[in-house]
Structure formats: structure tokens, C-alpha cells
Design a protein around this ligand. Structure first.
Ligand code: C2E
Ligand code: MG
Ligand code: MG
Length: 768
């Protein structure tokens, strides 16, 4: 190819040569042009780039600079030069931060720069306080990288800092708001909260002073809420000012219920009357916004003062509404808390203090009396026949009566005394600072009784209401509040016993009775703890087959001194104290366990019946307790029968039937005990899911002598047969009774005729 080319070149001759020259010239020219252009552009480029770079660096508002190893400025952009107080860069070059700023501010910066130089690794995005504050606190976000020469050795640092004060400020405001909300949530006292709120706003708006005023209860005045930075004398003068159409910024804002912006206090007509007073303080503008409740009710005002005349900026306006809003939430929260506190300590109907407040007061009163030697009196007061009025005149009249009675009692006592509503128509009166004289005590309380007894009008009728009182005096009738109240209760019991409408002062006889009762309660409680109870079992027999098909479990108390105590002496006491619940639980569990044990011994299976008291039956988890007793003992439900009384069922027929159905679903059987002695409605009987009626012993015992009892017994038997309910006679002792029952169609009996209640071993022997 090259050869050909050469040849062709030679071959082309002169003509070709001239073409060649032109081409060569052109090529040379092009090369030159390119070279010149390259040269030219690169030179302009460097100069321009340098210029552009400089311009760029000087136009950014950020600080950009380089320092040598000793922290001396090597180069810096315009912002750095100017903000350090110079006009030319040369003035800054060679200086260190120590030459420019207070030492203590500089040390931390010098330290980080030293670190960058020593480690050779950069630091990015560090937040730091600016040396130059421009009249407000400034924050910078700074990055520093090592400055290296061509050989890669570190010869200083390059720093870039950006002003992030606005972001910082916004962040702080948000944090502050969060803290304020937390204070509201944790119920911080209002004055503390207000101070914090104002200090937050003031920190955010330099030169601005905040103030919170609260509307007084009468809704006509403003009271100091918080204004930590306003002059104290000024605050004192503002406290209590009347709101109105021309009452400065706040007074007017509260009056109008809308923001009032006063740009110049000294010339605004709203401030006309007080301008001379304000002048010496130097406050010039005041922008106030009402603090509103959720429903828009004015609660107070939030205002910003400035020493300069002018209108608020958009940011300031925003902060004012934010602050007013938060203050509103805080005030409302406190108000609802106060309402809750009041409700927790007072009776809603009469407004009287309740038991909670009373308990605190009585303790304090006793302590006081211990020191002064004066007496304290406590009276239980019960309105006589209140239920009757409630039932005949209606609940409204009843409520009205309670309010009237409360008002009359209050009118008779001193401020240091207390009237408390403790229940429906029951009150306690606490009298303090009394001379040690029971006549004086009773005469003061008789005054109250007389006041209550005065005629009153209810539902258009004039009537008179009497009351009963049981009274105790400290120190004679007890040392503690509990003791005094228990004794007042005994005295009240007495007052009712002797026919109501009277006052009973506690005395020794009542004290003895009360003490005995208390002792018996304690004894029974101990018996439960010590497990002194046993069960005896009485067989139930079918006369036709002679088979024992069931046993009733009967409670006995194995008393350490008194021997076996009968349930008649235990059950009423246990019901009174609530001990029937644990005792009843024990009976149920023990009876189930015993029956299962007999079955496990291989004895013929029988039904075990357990007596249930009303209080037990009403326990909310009663059904599940029965289920537990069965599960724990392993006894099949069909071998358990629960004896309920008519009165237990009749207390609340609906609820009783529901519980009975639940028990039936468990698979246990139900019997009505002592049938015929209660007042169960025969129509309701149909709907009771019971398997058995137990004819009460009182009807059986006079058979065959008493014709009436025989008639009743016969009637119960045929009623049971009609309703297809099984029937058993209790307390069967004689052959004559057995004959009568058999003839009447009752073949199941329980009584001494078959056997007395037996201890478990004896019963097992009988069964075997
Ligand atoms: P109740 O359920 O009617 O029990 C029958 C009572 O009659 C038992 O008296 C029994 O010993 C007695 N009795 C049985 N056969 C005869 C007889 O032929 N002649 C005579 N005169 N009496 C007979 P007890 O054991 O003194 O029980 C009295 C009441 O105490 C029971 O009457 C029952 O209402 C209650 N009770 C007994 N144990 C408990 C219990 O564990 N819990 C509950 N809540 N009450 C119980
Ligand atoms: Mg019974
Ligand atoms: Mg009975």
C-alpha cells in the first residue's frame, strides 16, 4: 500500500505537487490554529476559572477558609473576612482565631482542627456555636478536611461553615412545645407552666416580653398569670384591672374575645387612660390575644410587649396564637382536674363533702383535740322514713328533701365543723372544738334535729321529716376514728330500736354489746384462719327402697372451749361479716371432696347436698366457684345438689333464675330448702329449674297432731307432683310422720327417724 501510494504520488507529477502543497499548508495552518486555540483557551481558562472560583466562593453566604498547621488563616472567602470585622482578606491572613475571639470560645474549635490535622481524617456536619453572633445566638454546621500539598502531606485544614440558626431555632421551639405539652400532661402547676411558656417564646423572639393574664371568676377582671420579664411594679398595677372596651390591649382583647394589636401604646386610644403610667417602663407595643376554651369562652389573655413601636411579624403572630392555644389547653386541663377533685371529694346531689374528705378531716380533728383537750363529737344521722317519701312522692322529691336537709344541717354548724353525706339518707356530722361537756354536745345536735324537723314543702305538699341520731364524743367513746364510728353506729342502732326520731348518746351498755359483737366477729375470723370447721352428714332415704340416695352436709364449728357449735350460731354472724363467703367455699369444696372419696372407696354413689346462703349466691363468680370445686374434687356434677332458700331466690328473682340456669347447665341439681316458710310465688316456681322441694321441718314436726300442718304438707306434696318436682320431708322423727308422708305420696325423708347428722366415718359405715 505504501509503495502504491509513493508511486501514485510520483506519478501525479507537477499537477499533483501543487495540490499537495496546498493540502500541506492547510494542514499546517489547521495545526497551528488548533495549537494557538489550545494555548489561548487554556490560558483564558485558568484565569477565568480562578476568577469564577473566587467570585463563587465570595458570593456564598457560608464561611470558607483554609488555615495552616498553626491555625493561621491562609485564605478565606468574603463572608469569613467581613464577619470577622475586616474588609480585605490580607487583613485576616496570618491571624488565628485566638487573635480574633475570646479564648474560651476558641479552644473547642482549635481542638477539633488539631484532631483533623493529627488524624488526617475529616470531620463533617459538626454543629457549633458561631463566634460572631450578629445580635442573636447563631449556630453553624461545620465541616473540616485536611489541607494537603502535592506530596500528600497535611499542611493545614480547609473549613466550611453554614449558618443553621433558623433550623436550630425551629428545632428548639418544637422541643419546647413538646416539653410544654408534657408539662400539661403531667399536671405541672399552672404558674410554672406559664413561666416556661413565656421563657420559650422570649428565647425565640429576642427583645420581646411575654405576659399571661387570667380572667377572674366573676369574668370581669384580669389577674396576673405569669410575666417573668415584665417589671414587677407594672405587673402589680395590671393585676385586677377591669376588662372593657377601652382597657389597653389585654383588657380589650378579653372584653372583645378577639386579638387586639396595639402598635404604639403611647398614641393608641385604647391605652389613652394609662399611657402616662406605662411611659416610664418603656413598653411601646403590645399585641394581645384572648386565651379561649375549647368552647370559645375567654379564659385570659396572652400578650407580647416590645420596647419598639410596631406591628408583629408573621412569625410573632404565629407564636402568639400557638402560646394562647397551649395556655388554653393548660387552663382547661387544670379546671377539669379541679372539677374531678371536687367530684371525688363531694356528693354530687347535695354538694356536701363525702367520706374520702371526711376521713382526712376526722383524723386531723382528733389530733388537734389531743393537743387542746377539747372534745370532738361525731353524729350519725339518718332521716326517718326517707324510703317512704321516695316511694310515694318520687325520686325528685327525695332528692329535694336530701338537699334541704343538707342545707339545714350546714346552717347549724360552724365553718370548722363538717357535714358529710355517707349514703342514701345517711349523714355524719363532725363537731370540733367542743368543751368537755356532753350536755353541750347533745344540745347542739338537738338544734340540728329540730332544724331538720321544721316543716317543708315537697311537691306542693307541706310535711315534716324527723331524724335519728347516734352520737359519740372523743375522748370518752373511743380513741380512733374507726372505733368512734363503730360506736356511733351502735348508738344509731339503738336510736332506731327505741322508735326513731330521737338522739342516743353512746353509753357503757352499748359499748359492752358492741365489744361482745366485735369479739365474736374476731373469734369467727380466727376460726376460719385456723380451719376449725367440720361437716356432718345427714342421710336422705327413700322409704320404698330403704336406700340412702343422698346426704346433706351440715356445718359445725369445733370450738376449742365450747365444743361443737351449731350453724344457727355461726351462719348469721358469718353473713353479717361476709365470712360466709370463705366459709361457704370451704363447705362446698369439702363436701365435694368427701363425696368423691366415698365413691373412690367403692361405696354406693350418692348425691351430696350443700346449703347456700344468699350472700354466697350473689357473689359475682359463684357459678365458676362451683365449677372449680367440682373440677378440683373430680366429683361429677350430677352428684352435687345445692340447697337454696325461697327468700334467697325472691330477693332478685330475675338474677336468681339466671344463675340457677347457669348452675343447671353445669349439671348440678338445685333444691328449695325450708319450702313453705318463705313467700315464693307459686307462679314463679314453675320457672325455677329446681329438682326438689324440701318440706320444712316446722310443718312435719306436729304431724299427726296438727291438722293445718298436715293440710299444708299434703298440699306441698301434690303441688310438687303437679309440677313434676321431687319432694322430700325434713325433720322426720316418728313412724306416724312416716306413715302420713307415705300415704300422701312423699317417699323421700330426712330426719332423726333415719339418722342424726353423722361424722364422716359413721356416715360411711351406714352407707356401707
Ligand atoms: P337446714 O338446711 O334446714 O338443715 C336441716 C337442719 O335440721 C339441720 O340443723 C339438722 O341437723 C336439723 N334436723 C335434721 N333432722 C332433724 C330432726 O329429725 N329433728 C330435728 N329437730 N332437727 C333435725 P343444723 O345442722 O343445726 O342446721 C341448721 C341450719 O343451718 C340449716 O338448716 C341450714 O339452713 C344452716 N346450715 C347448716 N350448714 C350450713 C352451711 O354449710 N352453709 C349454710 N349457708 N347454711 C348451713
Ligand atoms: Mg338444708
Ligand atoms: Mg331445711
Amino acid at each position: 500500500m505504501a509503495k502504491n501510494l509513493d508511486y501514485s504520488r510520483r506519478d501525479s507529477g507537477a499537477k499533483v505537487a501543487s495540490n499537495d502543497d496546498t493540502q500541506r499548508l492547510m494542514a499546517a495552518g489547521q495545526r497551528l490554529a488548533a495549537e494557538v486555540s489550545r494555548l489561548f483557551t487554556s490560558q483564558t481558562d485558568i484565569a477565568d476559572r480562578h476568577y469564577w472560583l473566587e467570585t463563587m466562593v465570595n458570593h456564598v453566604p457560608d464561611y470558607i477558609y483554609a488555615k495552616d498547621l498553626e491555625g493561621r488563616f491562609l485564605i478565606a472567602n468574603r463572608a469569613t473576612v467581613v464577619d470577622n470585622g475586616f474588609t480585605e482578606m490580607q487583613e485576616l491572613v496570618g491571624k488565628t482565631d485566638y487573635d480574633l475571639h475570646p479564648h474560651d470560645m476558641v479552644t473547642k474549635t482549635a481542638e477539633t482542627e488539631r484532631q483533623v490535622i493529627e488524624t488526617g481524617s475529616p470531620i463533617f456536619g459538626m454543629e457549633e456555636r458561631a463566634f460572631v453572633d450578629k445580635g442573636y445566638e447563631r449556630w453553624l454546621m461545620t465541616s473540616k478536611v485536611p489541607l494537603r500539598n502535592k506530596q500528600g502531606a497535611t499542611i493545614g485544614i480547609v473549613g466550611v461553615s453554614r449558618d443553621i440558626s433558623d433550623r436550630k431555632k425551629a428545632e428548639r421551639l418544637m422541643l419546647g412545645q413538646a416539653r410544654l405539652l408534657e408539662m400539661i400532661a403531667t399536671g405541672t402547676p399552672l404558674d410554672k407552666f406559664f413561666n416556661e411558656l413565656i421563657l420559650l417564646i422570649e428565647a425565640h423572639l429576642p427583645g420581646i416580653i411575654g405576659s399571661i393574664l387570667l380572667l377572674s371568676e366573676d369574668g370581669r377582671h384580669l389577674l396576673t398569670g405569669a410575666a417573668p420579664s415584665l417589671d414587677e411594679a407594672y405587673n402589680a398595677a395590671v393585676h385586677g384591672i377591669a376588662i372593657g372596651p377601652k382597657a389597653g390591649s389585654c383588657g380589650t382583647a378579653a372584653w372583645r374575645g378577639e386579638p387586639v394589636v396595639v402598635a404604639d401604646i403611647l398614641s393608641d386610644p385604647l391605652w389613652e387612660d394609662v399611657a402616662d403610667f406605662v411611659r416610664p417602663f418603656g413598653y411601646r407595643s403590645c399585641w394581645s390575644t384572648p386565651i379561649l376554651s375549647y368552647q370559645g369562652k375567654v379564659l385570659g389573655t396572652f400578650a407580647l410587649y416590645s420596647l419598639k413601636a410596631g406591628l408583629p411579624s408573621a412569625e410573632q403572630n404565629e407564636l402568639i396564637s400557638m402560646a394562647a392555644h397551649l395556655a388554653g389547653i393548660a387552663i382547661e386541663r387544670r379546671q377539669s382536674e379541679e372539677r374531678i377533685q371536687f367530684m371525688a371529694h363531694h356528693d354530687a346531689l347535695t354538694g356536701l363533702p363525702n367520706r374520702v374528705l371526711f376521713d382526712g378531716r376526722v383524723t386531723a380533728a382528733l389530733q388537734q383535740a389531743r393537743i387542746t383537750g377539747q372534745w370532738v363529737a361525731l353524729a350519725f344521722l339518718d332521716l326517718d322514713n326517707f324510703k317512704l317519701i321516695n316511694d310515694t312522692l318520687g325520686h325528685h322529691a327525695g332528692d329535694e328533701l336530701l338537699r334541704i336537709a343538707a342545707g339545714r344541717m350546714l346552717a347549724c354548724v360552724r365553718k370548722s365543723d363538717m357535714v358529710v353525706r355517707v349514703g342514701g339518707d345517711e349523714f355524719i356530722i363532725l363537731l370540733t372544738g367542743l368543751p368537755p361537756d356532753s350536755d353541750i354536745v347533745t344540745s347542739r345536735l338537738e338544734t340540728i334535729r329540730a332544724a331538720i324537723g321544721a316543716p317543708l314543702v315537697l311537691s306542693g305538699r307541706t310535711l315534716q321529716v324527723s331524724c335519728s341520731m347516734g352520737v359519740v364524743c372523743y375522748p370518752d367513746h373511743g380513741q380512733t376514728a374507726t372505733e368512734l364510728l363503730a360506736n356511733a353506729d351502735s348508738a344509731m342502732y339503738r336510736a332506731k330500736e327505741v322508735g326513731r326520731n330521737n338522739l342516743q348518746l353512746f353509753d357503757a351498755e352499748m359499748a359492752a354489746k358492741a365489744r361482745a359483737k366485735l369479739l365474736r366477729h374476731e373469734e369467727l375470723r380466727d376460726a376460719v384462719a385456723r380451719g376449725e370447721f367440720v361437716l356432718h352428714y345427714q342421710p336422705q332415704m327413700n322409704l320404698k327402697t330403704g336406700r340412702i340416695f343422698a346426704a346433706e352436709s351440715l356445718l359445725r364449728w369445733q370450738h376449742p372451749e365450747r365444743g361443737l357449735v351449731s350453724p344457727a350460731d355461726i351462719i348469721p354472724l358469718a353473713e353479717e361479716t361476709g365470712l360466709i363467703v370463705p366459709i361457704g367455699d370451704w363447705v362446698l369444696n369439702q363436701a365435694c371432696r368427701q363425696n368423691k372419696a366415698w365413691q373412690d372407696e367403692g361405696l354406693p354413689p350418692i348425691v351430696i347436698s350443700v346449703n347456700v346462703s344468699a350472700r354466697q349466691f350473689r357473689e359475682r363468680n359463684w357459678v365458676s366457684r362451683v365449677a372449680e370445686a367440682l373440677e378440683e374434687s373430680g366429683l361429677e356434677p350430677r352428684y352435687l345438689e345445692l340447697e337454696l332458700t325461697e327468700s334467697l331466690i325472691m330477693q332478685d328473682v330475675g338474677a336468681a333464675i339466671a344463675t340457677m340456669h347457669e348452675l343447671q347447665e353445669l349439671g348440678v341439681h338445685l333444691a328449695i330448702d325450708d319450702f313453705g316458710t318463705g313467700y315464693s310465688s307459686l307462679s314463679a316456681l314453675k320457672s325455677f329449674p329446681v329438682r326438689r322441694l324440701k318440706i320444712d321441718r316446722s310443718f312435719v314436726q306436729d304431724i299427726p297432731g296438727d291438722a293445718d300442718d298436715m293440710a299444708i304438707t299434703g298440699a306441698i306434696i301434690s303441688l310438687a307432683q303437679k309440677l313434676q318436682i321431687a319432694v322430700i320431708a325434713e325433720g322426720v322423727e316418728t313412724q306416724a310422720q312416716v306413715d302420713f308422708l307415705r300415704a300422701s305420696g312423699c317417699h323421700d325423708v330426712q330426719g332423726y327417724f333415719v339418722s342424726r347428722p353423722l361424722i364422716p366415718a359413721a356416715f360411711a359405715a351406714l352407707l356401707a
